[in-house]
Ligand binder design. Structure first.
Ligand SMILES: Cc1cc2nc3c(=O)[nH]c(=O)nc-3n(C[C@H](O)[C@H](O)[C@H](O)COP(=O)(O)OP(=O)(O)OC[C@H]3O[C@@H](n4cnc5c(N)ncnc54)[C@H](O)[C@@H]3O)c2cc1C
Length: 852
């Protein structure tokens, strides 16, 4: 083969690849359509083009010497300065000798026999290599404007992404700029300085904050100078590739003055990651997001004099941060200039470009020049614009017809020895890209080095690993507000492009950890082949829901005592403390407290929906291993169940162990259900429409009550229930530790509740009942990472086998406790919605609404 590695692209990625590969002794050839190095910074020469990540961060970190000899002149360097920097890098390490400029890679085909790639270039050459690395950039393929008549205009035409090398002079000219994304927002103030008239055509207003460009922030410079290694390390392990401390201030919970102060500080800082970090929950909670969005709108209104123009510039169709936010210098103030005008295309769309200008639905405009700042076919565009054929001749374009699927954003099945730098499903455009580029190049180079050492010459991800990573990406995306926006992050700017969140939103730090882990675990999820044999350590790298992981990490960091090491009194005090700081759950129509009149009366709280009653009744038993909790300890969950199901929820307490051992709690549950069924009318609920529900040990009591109450019940909702005393099922092994409910804790609960000989009694282990026939329809929810998963599954199966209608929901990526963490674990909400919908379908008075 001609080369070990061939790469397309000579920007930040391609240059660092040559540097690393050469040092490892691999032969490499890079092709770029451009006539010199620079990539993005070669092509985007429009006035005002500059980075919007502070340049100290937006620079290579691999060589301390390079860092010492280069000083940036501004906080946000201009395109010429960044291009000069990349030219300097190319000179310093003599990189150009491995680059062929002015040459595009047009096709790449995997040759199974050769175990390598055959590439065709625009120069008509065929080049062969073992590994093909696409360093083609995420924002390198300008999108052709989808406007009628684009080719008709007879005046000057410019595209921000393909700007001429010589200075363009707009002095005295009538200029149109179409598009108000990052490039438009950067060039508009500068074009306005020269042009006689500037008309800006805006389809979607964008959030933008002032860059306050000038000398680099002295605090950052000092921190960097004091310990550059620590600074770079902090960037690598940060959320976005710039070292900042993530806030824990919840927008909706913070007092007004705290909100304002945090926002003002971020606004004055002039940094993207500051304004994205005003509130911890601004990208996941619409209400918190709206607080930030509105404060930015207030700023826009305070800058722009004409109220109508100001309103047109205020973004209202997407949550802040779900489209690439911009940093600007005098963007909004530019619209106060008498020769600058905004045309709102939502009100008066462009009909056509004409020979002399632009016709909108309302007006005819004449121009000397039109500037298209219409963006890019981002992320996948540059990859699939090369005709890449993998094994069996499948093209990447076809494989990704429904959206990209990758493993770690680096590789994709069916395309052996093919790597992407900052590809889809990696943090990429959500990050400081130089940090992400270095991480990807390092990972690829380390992999090639490892393979050579171990005698492998091909690497390809497995379908299982890819599917898992793809799902993890979707899980991360779905807890954010991103899917609500028609953004280029979602592919929405290109007609027909699949609508998914293209970059990985889980964070640079978590992403790096996943990549490092895959390598450390012997290339988990990859198949390696070669003279050294074959190795495949198949598996999925991230199986927990992302927010469940966050909660587990936070709990681990708190170093909490294991409950089973405490006395029951201590454990109860601890649970009360935890309950005091959790979100309260949604508001319900009303709540009232009362007593179930038994020999030992049982406290209850009745939650009623907001809708007019009477409602069906769900008698609910709380979790807590028969030892902990009370009728109000699952309050957020009860409120959530009440609002989602539109049923009244009667949360009844029961006698706890060890003071009251088995069968006290079970007897209470049975008696409480009988009492509730007999008193449905007095409770203001629909007679004959009673169901039981419970979580964990409460699920045990609900299952027992469904078997023993002897009153007609509409259903039973069992959430992660304890239904058996057998600890030998695989889920007890797999999830013995690390997911809050541990095997040791379950042993502690059982020991407090019930003597070993009695545990097999169906009153303690309802799975062991002689018959389950004739029981009320069941909704059984089990969680993947729960020791109780398998017994819950077994109960659902046994009920179904006995002819009981069963809806069995398996909560993927969840733990025993995550499903009840209302407003904390966002990914649990869809499971609760499904659960509530299944429950309401069991009540005749609600069923039609459920169907609707
Ligand atoms: C105006 C603008 C401002 C930006 N500002 C920031 C910022 O502040 N912070 C940030 O993190 N990111 C920013 N970005 C993103 C930026 O693209 C990356 O930071 C980084 O420059 C990407 O480097 P790269 O080498 O991966 O890709 P690129 O710089 O895009 O280089 C890719 C190269 O590949 C070449 N190429 C593509 N296809 C082929 C092919 N088939 N054959 C041969 N050559 C090919 C292209 O010609 C191009 O030169 C900005 C992007 C733009 C457009």
């Amino acid at each position: 083969m001609d080369f070990d590695v061939v790469t397309a692209g000579a920007g930040f990625s391609g240059l660092y690849l040559i540097y690393r590969l050469r040092r490892l002794g691999f032969s490499v050839r890079v092709f770029d359509e451009a006539l010199d190095v620079g990539g993005t910074w070669y092509w985007n020469r429009y006035p005002g083009a500059r980075c919007d990540i502070p340049t100290t961060d937006y620079s290579y970190s691999f060589d301390p010497e390079l860092e010492k000899e280069w000083t940036w002149s501004e906080k946000y360097a201009t395109q010429p300065e960044i291009l000069a920097y990349l030219g300097h890098v190319a000179d310093k390490y003599d990189l150009r000798r491995d680059i062929q400029f002015g040459t595009k890679i047009e096709s790449a085909a995997w040759d199974e026999e050769m175990r390598g790639w055959r590439l065709r270039t625009s120069a008509g050459d065929e080049v062969t290599c073992r590994f093909y690395v696409a360093a083609t950039g995420c924002l390198s393929l300008p999108k052709k404007p989808d406007i009628e008549g684009v080719d008709r205009f007879g005046g000057e035409v410019y595209f921000t992404g393909r700007w001429p090398h010589e200075k363009v002079d707009f002095t005295g000219k009538r200029v149109a700029v179409i598009g108000t994304g990052s490039s438009g927002i950067q060039c508009i103030p500068l074009i306005a300085r020269e042009a006689a008239q500037l008309t800006v055509f805006q389809r979607t207003p964008n959030f933008s904050c002032p860059a306050w460009n000038g000398p680099e922030d002295p605090e950052r410079v000092a921190r960097f100078a004091a310990d550059r290694d620590a600074y770079r390390q902090a960037a690598r392990w940060s959320r976005g590739g710039v070292p900042i401390e993530p806030t824990d201030v919840i927008g909706t919970a913070a007092p007004e003055e705290v909100r304002r102060r945090r926002f003002e500080e971020a606004w004055q800082k002039g940094e993207l990651f500051a304004i994205l970090n005003v509130f911890a929950d601004q990208l996941v909670n619409p209400a918190s997001n709206e607080l930030v969005s509105e404060m930015i709108r207030e700023k826009i209104r305070s800058i722009v004099h004409d109220p109508e123009t100001a309103e047109a510039l205020c973004p209202k169709d997407h949550p802040f941060g779900t489209k690439r936010p911009c940093l600007d210098t005098d963007y909004f103030a530019t619209f106060n200039l008498p020769h600058v005008r905004l045309v709102d295309l939502r009100k008066t769309p462009i009909k056509t470009i004409t020979e002399t200008g632009i016709d909108t639905a309302a007006e005819t405009f004449e121009f000397d020049a039109i500037v298209y700042a219409t963006g890019f076919d981002a992320m996948t565009g540059p990859l699939v614009s090369v005709d890449i054929k993998g094994r069996d001749g499948i093209t990447l374009k076809d494989k990704w017809a429904e959206g990209p699927a990758t493993y770690l954003g680096l590789t994709t099945t069916g395309f052996p020895n093919f790597f992407m730098v900052t590809g889809p499903e990696s943090p990429s455009v959500f990050s400081n890209m130089v940090v992400s580029i270095e991480q990807h190049v390092d990972w690829i180079c380390d992999a090639l080095d490892d393979m050579r050492r171990d005698g492998y010459d091909t690497i390809e991800p497995t379908p299982l690993a890819e599917e898992g990573w793809h799902r993890h990406n979707a899980d991360c995306a779905n807890i954010t507000l991103h899917p609500l926006a028609n953004s280029w992050y979602m592919g929405a700017n290109v007609p027909g492009k699949p609508r998914v969140l293209y970059p990985y939103i889980g964070g640079v730090d978590r992403y790096r950890a996943a990549c490092d882990e895959a390598r450390a675990r012997g290339y988990l999820g990859f198949k390696l082949t070669g003279p050294g044999g074959e190795r495949c350590n198949d598996g999925v790298i991230r199986r927990l829901q992302p927010d469940v992981s966050l909660v587990l990490e936070a709990m681990e960091a708190m170093n909490l005592p294991a409950l089973e090491t405490l006395s029951p009194a201590e454990a109860r005090a601890f649970m009360d403390q935890s309950a005091a700081i959790r979100p309260p759950g949604p508001a319900v129509g009303s709540e009232e407290d009362g007593l179930v009149p038994l020999d030992v009366p049982l406290e209850y709280r009745l939650y009623r929906p907001e809708s007019p009653g009477p409602h069906p009744l769900v008698v609910y038993f709380h979790g807590g291993g028969w030892v902990l909790g009370s009728h109000v300890s699952d309050e957020p969950f009860c409120r959530d169940l009440c609002t989602r199901s539109d049923a009244a929820v009667l949360s009844v307490n029961y006698r706890h162990a060890p003071e009251w051992r088995f069968p006290a709690a079970a007897e209470d549950a049975v008696a409480a259900v009988r009492w509730a069924a007999d008193n449905a009318v007095e409770l203001g609920t629909v007679p004959g429409e009673v169901a039981v529900a419970g979580w964990s040990a409460g699920g045990n009591l609900a299952a027992v009550a469904a078997q023993r109450a002897g009153v007609p019940l509409r259903g039973q909702l069992l959430l992660c229930p304890v239904v058996d005393c057998d600890f030998s099922r695989p889920s007890y092994e797999e999830n013995a530790e690390g997911y809050v409910l541990t095997r040791a804790l379950m042993e502690w609960f059982w020991d407090h509740y019930c003597d070993p000989p009695s545990r097999t009694d169906p009153l303690a282990s309802p799975l062991r009942a002689a018959s389950l026939e004739g029981l009320p329809p069941a909704v059984v929810v089990t969680a993947e990472f729960d020791p109780l998963r398998d017994e819950g599954d077994a109960y659902a199966a046994a009920l179904a086998a006995a002819g009981v209608p069963v809806t069995h929901l398996r909560a993927r990526g969840h733990t025993h406790t995550s499903l009840t963490m209302v407003d904390v674990v966002i990914s649990s909400a869809p499971v609760r919605a499904e659960m509530a919908s299944a429950l309401r379908s069991l009540f005749p008075s609600l069923a039609p609404a459920a169907a609707a």
